[in-house]
Design a protein around this ligand. Structure first.
Ligand code: SF4
Length: 433
């Protein structure tokens, strides 16, 4: 039933030229880039098949938990630098690029970047508020772009979460413009205490399908930046509920649901720890991921004439970050062990890659909390297509083998603390199904 309904949507709701670009540039060539990554890993070479590039810091919104220097003097990665970056990444088989910010649609050369690389595929993380019919028509003409538009709640919650007025209606207008112009469109949400009951619902997923949205992504709120609001973070039960919901919806709803934190068996992973993705900030600094705002290498040559491939594969800092993450938890090292991450940054004298220069202070003020890793609560995919896709293309690639996280992860640390109080060994809680 699911297969038929999903196939019907792909066949009758999409433009065939855009569908072909998605299948070829992302599906076929994207898969090839992952196989090349896995082959390089065997030689100890880590170059991410999925690069996420923050091309601009500026944004018109002021979201809770945002780690980007949105209020600082505008900084962009210009067309020339993007062409060099994409050109070098394509030489080692990459074809997919995540375009983030700030707000990418504020970048003056955004469409020139897409147009310069018709054989690549771009996913643009956006609040949708600058997407007009004209811009949507341009994305349709190019065909190699999918906007992933963020909705963080109903009218009231959206204004609260994003620090401006009429956020919800302006974002919906952007979504409508994309759908009207037959652009392959996705909608994402950063699940937080304030919106989980509104948006982690079957009604919201059905609404997205009715609107013509092709895919959705439920991120989990991360308490980052100068306005971290940790009280918005999900509880462990809510994190597990989100995973359960995604698995259930994938088995019955004709919409693609993305996640970047679980393999087909439901085992947690960090996409920076297995090297499948790393991040570049608007100043060109290479970072393990968007919320680890410390760097040793830059895409910009300056004194370092090495190629992009050399900068990534020879980075001791990135290698050590992956090693630390692999040894410590299957979840998010930033949320679970900010203490260990701070030590790693100091050991490598990695520079604070923020314009506000307060990243270390912010990291030190974080307390350990659970993330996507809930040992004993693994929820396997029910939908066979996701199981196959994850088996082939998205899992831990063996990087956690041999690592015991029972005392180092957030859960492990909790146990260590209990033991230090009770002076008695504390066994892991048996999983309640
Ligand atoms: S470190 Fe955390 S936020 Fe970064 S990629 Fe890993 S799990 Fe995601």
């Amino acid at each position: 039933m699911y297969t038929l309904r999903m196939a019907k949507r792909m066949l009758f709701e999409t433009n065939k030229r855009l569908l072909w670009k998605l299948i070829w540039n992302l599906g076929v060539k994207g898969s090839r880039s992952v196989f090349l990554h896995k082959r390089r890993m065997k030689k100890g070479q880590y170059f991410p098949p999925f690069l996420y590039v923050s091309i601009i810091n500026s944004c018109n919104l002021r979201c809770q938990g945002c780690w980007v220097d949105v209020a600082h003097k505008q900084q962009t990665i210009d067309l020339k630098a993007m062409n060099k970056l994409i050109g070098e990444a394509r030489q080692v088989g990459n074809s997919f690029f995540g375009i983030v910010g700030g707000e990418p649609f504020m970048h003056p050369e955004l469409f020139d970047i897409f147009a310069a690389h018709p054989d690549c595929y771009f996913q643009v993380f956006t609040n949708g508020q600058f997407i007009t019919d004209e811009k949507a028509r341009r994305m349709f003409e190019l065909g190699n772009v999918t906007p992933l538009i963020s909705v963080e709640g109903n009218e009231i919650i959206s204004d609260q979460r994003r620090g401006r007025l009429d956020v919800y209606s302006k974002t919906l207008a952007g979504i409508d413009a994309c759908l009207r112009n037959k652009v392959m469109t996705g909608v994402c949400t950063s699940l937080a205490k304030s919106n989980i009951d509104h948006l982690l619902t079957e009604a919201w997923v059905d609404r997205l399908i009715e609107m013509g949205v092709l895919y959705t992504w439920f991120h989990v709120y991360r308490p980052m930046g100068p306005d971290a609001n940790p009280e918005l973070c999900l509880t462990p039960e809510q994190q597990r509920r989100a995973r359960q919901f995604v698995v259930e919806m994938r088995a019955k709803k004709p919409i693609i649901i993305i996640d970047a934190y679980y393999d087909g068996d439901g085992k947690a992973l960090c996409p920076a720890a297995n090297g499948i993705s790393h991040h570049i900030n608007p100043w060109g600094d290479i970072e393990p991921c968007p919320i680890v705002q410390f760097s040793k290498e830059s895409i910009h040559s300056g004194k370092d004439e090495r190629t992009l491939f050399e900068k990534f594969t020879q980075s001791e800092y990135l290698a050590d970050f992956r090693k630390l993450s692999q040894e410590t938890t299957r979840g998010c090292i930033v949320l679970e062990r900010p203490d260990l991450l701070a030590k790693l940054v100091e050991k490598h004298e990695a520079k604070d890659s923020t314009a506000r220069a307060t990243a270390m202070q912010e990291l030190r003020s974080m307390t350990s909390r659970t993330s996507q890793y809930h040992p004993g609560y693994e929820i396997p995919e029910k939908n066979i297509y996701y199981r196959i896709a994850k088996k082939l293309l998205f899992n831990d690639f063996g990087v956690y083998e041999g690592h015991d996280h029972s005392r180092t992860s957030a859960y492990g640390q909790e146990r260590v603390q209990q033991e230090s109080v009770s002076q008695e060994p504390v066994q892991p809680e048996p999983a309640q199904r």
